[in-house]
Design a protein around this ligand. Sequence first.
Ligand code: ADP
Ligand code: MG
Length: 683
Amino acid sequence: MMDKQSINMLKGVGPKKAALLKKLNVETIEDLCYLFPRTYQDRSKRKHIAELVDGDSVTVHATVLLIVKGRYTRRKQRMRLLVDDGTGKMEIIFFNAAYLANIFVVGDSYDFYGKVDVINGKVSMTHPDFTSAQAEPQAAIMPIYPLVSGLSQKDIRKWQQEALMQLCDTDAEYLPSDLIASHNLCGETYAFQNIHFPQDRQKLAEARYRLVFDELFLLQLGLFYIKEGIATQQNGIPISKDIDAAEYITSFPYTLTGAQQRTIKRITADMASARPMNRLMQGDVGSGKTVVAQVALYRTAKSGFQGVLMAPTEILAKQHYENLTRSYKPFGIKTAFLSGSLTVAERKRVLTEIETGAVDIVIGTHAVIQPDVIFRNLALVITDEQHRFGVKQRMTLAQKGKNPHILVMTATPIPRSLAVILYGDLDISVLDELPPGRQTIKTIVLKPSQREEAYNFIFSQLEKGRQAYVVTPLIEDSETLDIHSAESVYQNLCERFSPYRVALLHGAMKQSEKDEIMKSFYEGETQALVSTVVIEVGINVPNATVMLIENCERFGLAQLHQLRGRVGRGSERSYCFLINEGQSDTAVQRAEIMASTSDGFVIAEKDLELRGPGEIFGSRQHGVPQLRIADLSKHLKLLDPIKEEAKRVIVEDPSLSSPKYKPLKNKLKNFFPETGKDFLIIT
Ligand code: ADP
Ligand code: MG
């Protein structure tokens, strides 16, 4: 068990330093152990003063000849040391560090580690790290920690040493020994010691391997554990297989794809079981996820239960609402819409209808998870574009029923390996087949100088009766960024595309305004829509055949893919122009990837390669623990054996309550953040 004691226990940590440490998310001694070095300095490289070259980062062992204190400017105090190592002399400079004068002693020798400046033959180091040769020997590889101002590397190293001492005292391995042996792992304490103060490169590598393994293993095991907990709940709400949706399905103006049929079958089987369904449906933009959801909701309503569909934006929720209401009407299924934009009276009416069961299917935004939304008998919960929601929201919604079935949908293609981790608590279905007749979207990367040509082309599409999107990264012109804003592009295009009508849509607008604008675009009253990324998710206007994206270098690949998916939804050939103003190689490379493939999964893999998983794991709150040392883009290879191991453990002891796995379970509870703990209570 690691040390949960407050960081104040450490020597030299008072309230002030503790507050600074908190900025680094360090509050306990355990947290400190997990504050891993961001890099290391290899101090084994030593040189004599005579050999030094400008720009060297080296260790020099030299004797102090002279200490000179003095004023440098009115504000800056400067202290200089003159040191000698027998081959030459070097000046050591410290600013505003008068206290050091009492530390150095003329005639004593020290190690100085730092960057060397050689100017006109004069050798100097400014603010080097230093140690007295009499003090304990310095490690060859020194850790460099992330810092905030007010803390020094020295501070952290000192505390880290102390924390490690405590750790050694409480040394107890939480992983079973057979597991350690079969994966060739070093001990946990050894790993912590060597990640912070590695004795050599080899030991650092062993330490890192162990800690990466632990992180991925705990993550995977925790997700299996959660899933196990959900799966073993026996009190779900079975929706009979006998409910026949055939007539409903034939009411669609198309036949279902094979992938849609397969997924509907799986869902039907899931929901017929006494165990609640917990399934992720992943499908590229336009793969037709909505109808699959519709069928599941249809069967729920026809069994006399309620269902809910939650979407991340008002625009999308509204579109789903209109679509579902139209399709359910002939079958006597009642729908209701719930969002923050309802009036108090409307909301009250809808809430009553939901509570009394007058409504079968509720479609809405986050508004559906408000505490005052009470269902009569909720049996199916669906979240659309799951990547926009956290696990917590999904669970909050699910708590509005008695273990309802859960279906989450996402169009953010996530490489399979990652999806398994990210959604490891879910079964996964993939809609890997687009409806027939879909045109691939022709994507063309343009230089800013080719913008006029693109405008000409868009104009010719408008003349053919088609519609167009123009997407920009910002709403208004910015003083600091040279970016085409929605406002300025809109101004320009109103004239440029006349007599066709251009509209402007962005996130800062009032909801009613946005609705109005979207409506007139659906209905073809406006032909071109200038917009920020608010149109990213789910919007469906099949007559729109061309999209131009300004400053494409400012969007993630996955996001560009989502945006592009707004066109190519009808039978007409569609086009996407990407205007790249990015100069870097990566910007060019990224734009080219977009032009070369329309496969969301390929794009996701590339995005992962180019940007790392931060985009997927970092900023968005998935309820998945923050990874502190594992990097999924680098450590993907490790995942398979780790997953197997986690599976083996959970099969052997599903509740992790045997003496063998008890310490592991404790570790797991610490590892998962709040949301995870909620789940862990389930069992
Ligand atoms: P997404 O998976 O991106 O949410 P949608 O469910 O919005 O996709 O479907 C995209 C479009 O494809 C919609 O206009 C829908 O009516 C249509 N569609 C769905 N399934 C089929 C199908 N099997 N054949 C033809 N068109 C389909
Ligand atoms: Mg959709």
